[in-house]
Design a protein around this ligand. Sequence first.
Ligand SMILES: *[C@@H]1O[C@H](CO)[C@@H](O)[C@H](O)[C@H]1NC(C)=O
Ligand SMILES: *[C@@H]1O[C@H](CO)[C@@H](O)[C@H](O)[C@H]1NC(C)=O
Ligand SMILES: *[C@@H]1O[C@H](CO)[C@@H](O)[C@H](O)[C@H]1NC(C)=O
Length: 398
Amino acid sequence: MGRKVILFLIVGVFGAWYLCTPLPANTEQPWAIMCVEACLKTISKLMHLVELLGISHYMTGTNFILSFLDIPPTSDEYVTVVDTTFDNISVRVYVPTQKTKTLRRGIFYIHGGGFSLGSAGFYCYDNLSRRTAHRLNAVVISTNYRLAPKHHFPDQFEDVYNALRWFLRQAVLQEYGVDPKRIGVSGDSSGGNSAAAVVQQLRRDQDVKVKVKVQALIYPALQALDFDLPSYRENAHYPVLYRWFMIRFWSEYITTDRSLEKAMSINQHVPAHSAHLLQFVNWSSLLPERFQKGHIYKKPAFGSSTLAKKYPGFLDVRAAPLLADDTQLRSLPQTYVLTCQHDVLRDDGVMYVTRLRNAGVPVTHDHIEDGFHGLISNSLKVGDRMRNQYINWLSENL
Ligand SMILES: *[C@@H]1O[C@H](CO)[C@@H](O)[C@H](O)[C@H]1NC(C)=O
Ligand SMILES: *[C@@H]1O[C@H](CO)[C@@H](O)[C@H](O)[C@H]1NC(C)=O
Ligand SMILES: *[C@@H]1O[C@H](CO)[C@@H](O)[C@H](O)[C@H]1NC(C)=O
């Protein structure tokens, strides 16, 4: 009996220690977040081990586990769901079943997952797309794209762009009954990066006649020049996106060579010849005072130009939309940006808001004071709030 009690106590204490993550005081449903965090932490530790043993790349292993949470295209009474291909890129299409005489709005959605993980069929994303289609009576195209570590920039970008271009063709819009004047591009996290990047690319592309009406960027990653922003400093250890994890995602997007990751983690990867780009991510001039509080600006130290020559992707505007100059920003469509206080990517989004507004683009910025990264497609209460704000904005502006 005594031994059982001791064992119970040990397991209990160990369990509580493993589960407990220090969270900000304003966190809603802290235990639920700690549970999500503990699951992710467990998978992550396991995958580090698998990688260390040479069995599989960290991202490949993680994606294999996540793929068990994919669901097949399943229609219900409100929405018809099918998998198809657009220009050889696999996409999942959601069409409301309710008959209408008028054309519908169209939303082109790009899922997150650090350019390495996830799919349109992942149950959270499937749920979000389904809800969006139903709530807005809109056609939702949720695109897949090739992932790291097998594929690197610009493959992800190009897959998304090619699928979008295919969707914007007259014949395809007609087939799905989509109004060419009411099309939006949305994405979350790395998908928000791709959304911003392809919307910029569309403005440069003379061949595409249909233009998008709005873009919606949900806690997007927009730059890889400075990993010492206040948001990276403050939230480096908060769930679910640690600083090291985001840096791993960024470096995997560009290359599997871990020397880029090493340079990024000490914020010493921008070559001196790219110094002129730092103005576009300079938080001391682009962040409102309340996000700067208590932080002193330090310009990133210059890194090896050999490394940057070998892997120039992180300096490319198609990988880092914040690097667009003001002229390129000026012609962008009406924009929605959602940021979370407890997120390393917070300041990427906030700086894009400043830059777009300076360029005269109408922007709605929803900042979630008690928000964490990655929860828009989750069933937590804070995720519900984010989802409602995002979908309400689309409802009013698209
Ligand atoms: C289409 O994609 C498949 C695999 O996804 C690939 O094997 C094939 O070469 C692609 N075809 C073209 C025309 O790009
Ligand atoms: C999405 O998931 C929630 C539970 O997390 C469920 O209640 C809801 O019905 C789902 N929505 C759709 C449209 O499938
Ligand atoms: C960043 O902005 C601050 C304030 O506007 C300025 O003093 C500094 O020179 C800028 N640094 C870079 C690298 O752009």
